[in-house]
Write a new protein. Structure first.
Length: 173
């Protein structure tokens, strides 16, 4: 069974930086990808922790208020679907919409979690990025009768681990 949600694949990125001041290199690239219709920023949370420990928070989203409510309802419904109970699915959809009433997926809990996790004089970003480029491909695959069997991102560290596992252990003489 394949569940088509109307959204593209969503990826969460968590990035740390050893500073709090930036040029606009990353934001310019994100803007370029957004304007090209390649990605949509579902929610982005920037947390800077000054040398004195004070937090500065900036949050952005490409979702309108109605889109945020729809997204929350869709996520909640999918979580509820996992229970196998239609009533639970509806309850979870309503709860998901209510959770995104402020227009953001990340809330105070995530701000404080990130703030506690990073050292003073550094910053971090949590971003939920929707891959818009994948929607037409997904739709064509579904139209052709295909269904998702595996969906996984391959990280370079995974390839290194595969190589390490395939290399016979050497023993010292």
């Amino acid at each position: 069974m394949s569940v088509v949600t109307g959204y593209g694949p969503v990826q969460m990125l968590v990035l740390g930086f050893d500073r709090t001041q930036f040029d606009d290199t990353v934001t310019s690239e994100l803007q370029r990808l957004r304007e090209a219709g390649t990605i949509r920023l579902l929610d982005v949370l920037f947390v800077k922790k000054a040398e004195d420990g004070e937090l500065e928070v900036v949050q952005r989203s490409d979702l309108s208020h109605d889109e945020a409510l729809d997204f929350g309802a869709m996520v909640g419904a999918l979580v509820g679907l996992g229970t196998g109970d239609d009533e639970q699915m509806l309850t979870a959809a309503v709860a998901g919409a209510e959770a995104l009433d402020d227009g953001h997926i990340f809330g105070d809990h995530e701000v404080w979690f990130v703030g506690d996790a990073i050292p003073e004089g550094t910053s971090a970003v949590i971003a939920l990025i929707e891959h818009l480029w994948a929607i037409p491909l997904r739709d064509k695959l579904v139209d052709a009768g295909g269904s998702m069997l595996v969906d996984a991102w391959i990280h370079p560290a995974d390839l290194v681990a595969i190589g390490a596992a395939a290399t016979p252990a050497t023993t010292g003489a």
